[in-house]
Ligand binder design. Structure first.
Ligand code: GUN
Ligand code: ZN
Length: 400
């Protein structure tokens, strides 16, 4: 496939690249960029810009129906809306219908890779992986594991969890579909549960994901229950390593940032969700100063948008970050967080051709400076600006 367009990427938090010409894709990978028109049929996207596909490093498949449903704080919202909705996913038919909706929404939003909290039942996660493959998204996902403080129907025993993890990992363990150990958070998992499951995950180099330090009340409850800070609780359970993705991190203390940094764990910044639940503002400057890699997450349904673009805008309102940093977090930074920086995230030769075709419409002129384009997209863009989405050179969505 040959594509003509203007290609912009952000391979580092400080650099962007801008190239107008032809991209040659072969076997789903980026083969070459060239100024000269190559032989063969050209797909003409010269009225658009093309960027690397967005990497959403924190979201919940089970919460699509909850977007925009107001409630007060995290605990009450979980009880009132989230747990009852997640119980509906015990029905495989419902899980299939919602998975189709969810992955199509992500494709329409320009997301090419998503890190997902799936339903609690393994059969539903297995079905969701199949649907993600059918839609074409790159998915890192696990069943949302809980063994205490949640309705009985959502709990899983240690033995069953161990079996499920190994079975799902053995089946879904490639560049397109990858099982991740998904422990909801320290208040719905016992220490023994977190510890033993993490051992299984780390033996296999699995991604481990969980929530950390989102709301003050939650942090206090963790302190009350464990007598330790949040990061220590996870560290003592052996959960923190290079493949760990911690969502939120709004109220982390310096000593926790030091520990997270020492272990090489990453943070998924979810500013839209933090605004919705009034969780507070994550201090990105401090977290970055500790040398921690930060990506972004839509966090549906505490976040109200499936598109990464409004999340970048909210990230700016939370902390003034440069637009290049914002797009880096949404692409190459996300790739690093999921340990796929040699495969996705920028327009390096040999990487997968995961990209998003962006219609600037009335936002910007196609020949504006690249920084102006990124800035206008960040502050004014959303899913309506997504003309098409490609994963490994395959079109998974195109707007008419
Ligand atoms: N903490 C534990 N579970 C959740 C969840 O589903 N959403 C959010 N925003 N925070 C959580
Ligand atoms: Zn979440």
């Amino acid at each position: 496939m040959i594509i003509k367009s203007r290609f912009i990427d952000t391979p580092t938090p400080q650099n962007m690249r801008d190239f107008e010409g032809y991209l040659i894709v072969e076997d789903g990978k980026i083969k070459k960029f060239t100024l000269d028109k190559p032989e063969g049929k050209v797909v003409d996207f010269s009225d658009y810009i093309i960027m690397p596909g967005f990497v959403d490093t924190h979201t919940h498949l089970t919460q699509v129906e909850l977007m925009g449903k107001w409630h007060t704080d995290l605990f009450d919202w979980l009880e009132k809306y989230v747990f009852p909705e997640e119980m509906r996913f015990l029905d495989r038919g419902y899980a299939i219908r919602e998975s189709e909706k969810f992955f199509n929404l992500l494709a329409q939003s320009g997301t090419t890779t998503a890190v997902v909290y799936g339903p609690s039942r393994m059969e539903s996660v297995d079905a969701a992986f199949q649907i993600a493959r059918k839609v074409g998204l790159r998915t890192i996902m696990g069943q949302t594991l809980m063994n205490e403080n949640v309705p009985e129907e959502l709990r899983i025993s240690m033995e069953k969890a161990k079996k499920d993890i190994i079975a799902l990992w053995n089946k879904w363990n490639n560049d397109f579909s990858r099982y991740a150990l998904t422990l909801r958070f320290a208040l719905s998992c016992t220490p023994k549960f977190m510890k033993e499951l993490s051992q299984i995950a780390r033996k296999r180099n699995m991604i481990i994901q969980t929530h950390i330090s989102e709301q003050e009340r939650e942090v206090e409850e963790v302190r009350r229950r464990y007598g330790r800070n949040y990061a220590q609780v996870y560290d003592e359970a052996g959960m923190l390593y290079e493949k760990t993705i911690l969502a939120h991190g709004v109220h982390l203390k310096d000593e926790e940032m030091n520990l997270i940094s020492k272990r090489g764990a990453k943070i998924a910044h979810c500013p839209s969700a933090n605004f919705f639940l009034h969780s507070g503002v994550m201090n990105i400057k401090k977290i970055l100063a500790h040398g921690i890699e930060v990506s972004v997450g839509t966090d549906i349904a505490a976040g109200q948008f499936t598109s990464i673009l409004p999340v970048l805008r909210d990230a700016y309102y939370a902390n003034p970050i440069h637009p290049v940093r914002a797009f880096y977090m949404a692409t190459m930074g996300g790739a690093k967080v999921v340990s796929m920086d040699d495969k996705i995230g920028s327009f390096e030769l040999g990487k997968y051709a995961d990209f998003v075709v962006i219609d600037l419409k009335n936002l910007a002129n196609i020949d504006d400076f690249p920084l102006e384009i990124l800035s206008q997209l960040m502050f004014r863009g959303d899913d309506r600006n997504i003309k098409a989405t490609f994963v490994a050179g395959k079109k998974i969505f195109e707007r008419d």
